[in-house]
Ligand binder design. Sequence first.
Ligand code: ZN
Length: 352
Amino acid sequence: MANNKKQYRKNPGLNLIELEATTSSCSACGTENAIDWLGDMKYPHEAVVPNHGDGRWIPVSVPVKCSNCMLDYHHNIPIIDRDGTWGLYGDEAGRIVEFNGKRIHFFCLTLIGLHRSKHELIKSKLNKFKLDARPDLAPETWTHHFTEIWSDSGPERRFAFPGVAEKINYGQRFAKMIKDLSPELVCFNFSSAIVLGDARKDNASAIKTQKEDLFKQALLATLDTMRINKKGVIWHFDNIKDSTSGERTEGWALECFLGLQYTRLFTYLAAGIYIPEPKFMIPGSHYLLEVADFISFCIARDFLKISQGKAGEIPSARLGKIYCYRIMEDGQPDYAFEMGSFFLKRYFPVFK
Ligand SMILES: [Zn+2]
């Protein structure tokens, strides 16, 4: 296989509780063997296009070595029929905050999906918002990045908001649009917060690991959720910055995806369907990326405001309940379906 030489990055080392007790019966001697769900396989799980070019061979089993008779055999995984595929659209945000004398790097990744019955509605609503913000431009010709609106001020300002109050009002209305799209709009937010040290070099490496882990968790968790709901998934991301070089490159993210494909867990989560590698898009080139950008902004801003003991101007609670996931200090995941602002408050006791 040509792919076994591709560079890849290790999986994040988290397993599903349901799999921890799963054993596999040896086809020759009947011994019950543990399955190494997270260890690297020799080759990645990849759908192979057959020579005649029709369809794809999808891996539906994982290799196991019998601990008794040493036979190498295959353990079949449950196959789940899917009744559709969802596109998920993701964008990130980060902040460095000071809290109790510590410097904390907060990073989050929002992934959203919208039922197709609402796509036209959100497009027309978004265009109205964009016309409010830039009445001088056709809405399709520019990308809505809320950070640019938020930081726009002075005589050179480009957006139609004379002051902070008008921006807050605009942001609150934008948040309400998102909330009103529930339940057809599904929103996941993945986040983590790490304490930075004094050495710049160490921090750059820690932030890089933080982002990669979060990205991998986001892929696995959304793949699992979609599997349970009998959906396939195609991920779309705003081109994410490489934290070391600052260059916009998708290389590291694809290496993360490949790293996941080396695990038996990935084969289990794919459950018999083709899972294409994530697509990386021109920033803001899809309206759902513009919505994901806004949600990540609200969550990261909330984290900052909570650290200052203040109320946020556009609290993420206004977005309605979202699927919040975080990676805690000990590497364990924590998740809840609730208001983002409430979820974020739970970060702070450990930094005291
Ligand atoms: Zn055996």
